[in-house]
Ligand binder design. Structure first.
Ligand SMILES: Nc1ncnc2c1ncn2[C@@H]1O[C@H](COP(=O)(O)OP(=O)(O)OP(=O)(O)O)[C@@H](O)[C@H]1O
Length: 680
């Protein structure tokens, strides 16, 4: 052994609370897949070696020894198993931080998941999700880590029995790197057998390019082939193997929605293995960036997962790209500038888009599932990518007033189906009893609730393409109309829609935050401009065959009302005027002629950005009985100041916003209602 430790200045520390909990779960709840501890330790050793190689590109003193690799030593008599690497190593602080607290947010998420799962689900959970270093305690009752950070002389030993505390003391290590020694548990003999260890390594760690050597006394053997899975011909791989690789490398739980595996030859040589998940990641770390994490390998060696192989709007794609066309010592700067990588980026992006297009065309139902998960990201692409803007718009799917109506119409048919099914089973006594229960009031409520859920669900899934929208456009209609808001529910009540609905004009209902941004960037689709209906009042007049001057005119009997409202609301509004866009509502707020629309203002405020209040325009429906009555009151000389404030707040509430001053609003409504009731 080349390492020794002295316990003269040993310090004892307690694990952070979350490590304690995780350890407890890992050790006590999981037995069937104990072998994965080796995968975790070997993966860490390989990561540390990769890191050292990468750091050495800029700091020659950190260079790896000539025969860098991972060594596994077995000592059956002492029941010891050790895993040593020539990696970057850890300083004293790093030992305490990385092994005493939970370093990776994914590991924390795993712990939570594990705690909330049923015991029988746990083994499969652990198989899919790395638990990292702590997995060692599944097979060891004590773990010693001796580490020396490359570029330093000092070594430190971290030791723990995995029961609440660990110690750190000075140690010696001949070379930089890390050795992890496991004191194997009495019931884990199997992990002291060479053949068992070799099988595990072949199963789990064959993608690792560093040689992994198993030493048993005098004998030694290299256990991994280092043939990266993605390098194998397609015909030699099963989807199970690919899925397994996907889950374990990228910490995913699902079956991929798409697996893309190809080898490019010719001017550019690379192999890519990419996965599109079938679900959104369950845990998105708070500090997650928008960058793609696709891993770049050169001649099988891992280089970086920060190579931005795919654009940010395809960041949900996981995978590996391995090329022959870059040198192994590619530096960070080079990654940004080399034309080779730019060409790879382009080719890989195009391949993903081709897959999306073909699935959208050939398997609508499956494509809609993808869209539900990652549609918002695709729409980000319309915003920030000029090369693919049109293709992405074509791939996009939207809710609209028309798809909502169609979905509603489809629902009674669904209900019918359920009824018929019930009839068919009436002869069965058990079912008769059920029919009895159906009379029950609670059951009825439940049914109503299900109906509501079915409705929401069906409406949620009813989507259109821009192409189909255009095919439904009315004769005189020149633009694609949309409105952006927080949810289908608030949008479906929006007074802005009334005029469009009355004229049978379809409006896209956009409910993702990114929807406030991309339409303006896209500008138009197939020569049809996209227009926000909260800012398209004139269009509606035109569509209704009215001239603009007609629209702008305030009838004589309304002039005084408009003046009093302006006086009462002062700088709370930028203007008060009549509108044709309302049918049932009395008032509506519209964004001022210049500047962002209301939804954009809302989003900016929510994201904590400085957003001065831009007074909206208050628009009135001169045909509404309330507005007519108010005009008469003003004519009679009555004061409508309080009512004006209520009106403005009502308009805000219709948009899904809160009144500007809720208590005052409540008081005003109370006073108004009391007056009305006592007058009767
Ligand atoms: N052999 C090693 N050499 C250097 N650092 C190591 C080594 N093993 C572990 N570490 C450090 O300890 C940290 C925690 O390891 P752990 O295995 O628990 O989590 P992880 O590797 O970050 O994530 P996961 O294993 O869940 O993918 C690592 O991120 C790394 O910084």
């Amino acid at each position: 052994m080349t390492e020794t430790s002295s316990s003269t200045v040993e310090e004892r520390h307690e694990f952070s609370a979350e490590v304690g909990r995780l350890l407890d779960l890992v050790v006590h709840a999981l037995y069937s897949e104990r072998e994965i501890f080796l995968r975790e330790l070997v993966a860490n050793a390989a990561d540390a070696t990769d890191r050292r190689r990468f750091e050495a590109l800029t700091e020659a003193a950190l260079a790896l020894p000539e025969k860098a690799g991972i060594h596994i030593h077995i000592d059956k008599d002492k029941r010891l198993l050790s895993i040593s690497d020539d990696g970057i190593g850890m300083t004293r602080e790093e030992l305490a931080r990385n092994l005493g607290t939970i370093a990776r947010s994914g590991t924390r998420a795993f712990g939570e998941q594990l705690q909330n799962s049923k015991p029988e689900e746990r083994p499969s959970l652990i198989g899919q999700f790395g638990v990292g270093f702590y997995a060692a305690f599944m097979v060891a009752d004590k773990v010693d880590v001796i580490s020396r950070h490359a570029g330093t002389e000092e070594a430190w030993q971290w030791s723990s029995e995995g029961k609440g505390e660990y110690s750190i003391s000075p140690a010696q290590r001949e070379k930089p790197g890390t050795s992890i020694t496991l004191h194997i548990k009495a019931d884990a003999d199997e992990f002291l057998e060479v053949s068992r260890l070799e099988t595990i390594i072949r199963k789990w760690a064959d993608n690792i390019a560093w040689p992994i050597t198993v030493h048993d006394g005098e004998k030694e053997s290299t256990a991994n082939q280092g043939t990266a899975l993605w390098r194998k011909p397609k015909s030699e791989l099963t989807q199970e193997q690919l899925t397994e690789f996907y889950r374990h490398t990228f910490h995913m739980f699902d079956d991929p929605w798409a697996t893309l595996h190809w080898h490019a030859e010719g001017t550019l040589e690379f192999t890519a293995l990419l996965f599109i998940p079938s679900m959104r990641p369950m845990f998105e770390p708070m500090d997650a960036t928008r960058d793609s994490k696709v891993r770049l390998h050169v001649k099988r060696m891992f280089i970086t997962d920060e190579g931005n192989i795919l654009p940010p709007w395809l960041r949900f794609v996981q995978g590996v790209v391995d090329t022959e066309d870059l040198p192994l010592n590619v530096s960070r700067e080079m990654l940004q500038t080399t034309p080779v990588l730019n060409r790879i980026r382009k080719a890989v992006t195009n391949r993903v888009l081709t897959e999306l297009k073909s699935r959208a065309k050939n398997d609508e139902a499956s494509y809609l599932k993808f869209w539900e998960n990652f549609g918002a990201q695709i729409k980000e692409g319309i915003w920030d990518n000029s090369d693919h803007r049109m293709e992405l718009a074509e791939l996009s799917r939207f809710h609209s007033t028309t798809t909502q109506e169609q979905a509603l119409k489809a629902i009674p048919a669904e209900g019918q189906k359920a009824e018929n099914a019930d009839k068919g089973s009436e002869n069965n006594p058990a079912n008769q009893e059920k029919a009895q229960e159906a009379q029950d009031k609670t059951q009825k409520e439940a049914q109503e609730e299900t109906q509501e859920k079915i409705r929401e669900n069906v409406q949620d899934k009813a989507l259109t393409t821009l192409e189909d929208y255009i095919s439904r456009m009315k004769d005189k209609q020149e633009a694609i109309y949309y409105i952006a808001g927080d949810s289908l529910k608030t949008l479906s009540y929006s007074p802005h829609l009334e005029g469009f609905k009355a004229q049978g004009i379809e409006v896209l209902l956009l409910i993702d935050p990114v929807d406030s941004f991309w339409p303006e960037r896209l500008g138009s689709y197939k020569d049809k401009p996209l227009r926000n209906i909260t800012q398209a009042q004139d269009d509606l007049s035109k569509l209704a065959g009215k001239t603009e001057s007609e629209e702008a005119k305030t009838p004589a009997e309304m002039e005084k009302l408009v003046t009093s409202l302006k006086e009462a609301l002062k700088d709370k509004v930028s203007e008060v005027k009549g509108t044709h866009r309302l049918v049932e509502s009395a008032v509506v707020v519209a964004p001022a002629a210049f500047g962002p629309d209301l939804q954009m203002q809302r989003l900016m405020r929510r994201s904590g950005q400085e957003m001065p209040e831009i007074p909206p325009i208050l628009e009135l429906n001169f045909q509404h009985p309330l507005i007519k009555a108010l005009a008469e009151q003003v004519e009679k000389g009555e004061n409508i100041a309080e009512t004006s404030l209520i009106l403005l707040d009502l308009a805000r509430i219709q948009e899904g916003d809160a009144p500007s001053d809720p208590p005052s609003f409540a008081r005003r409504v109370l006073v108004a209602l009391t007056e009305q009731q006592t007058k009767k």
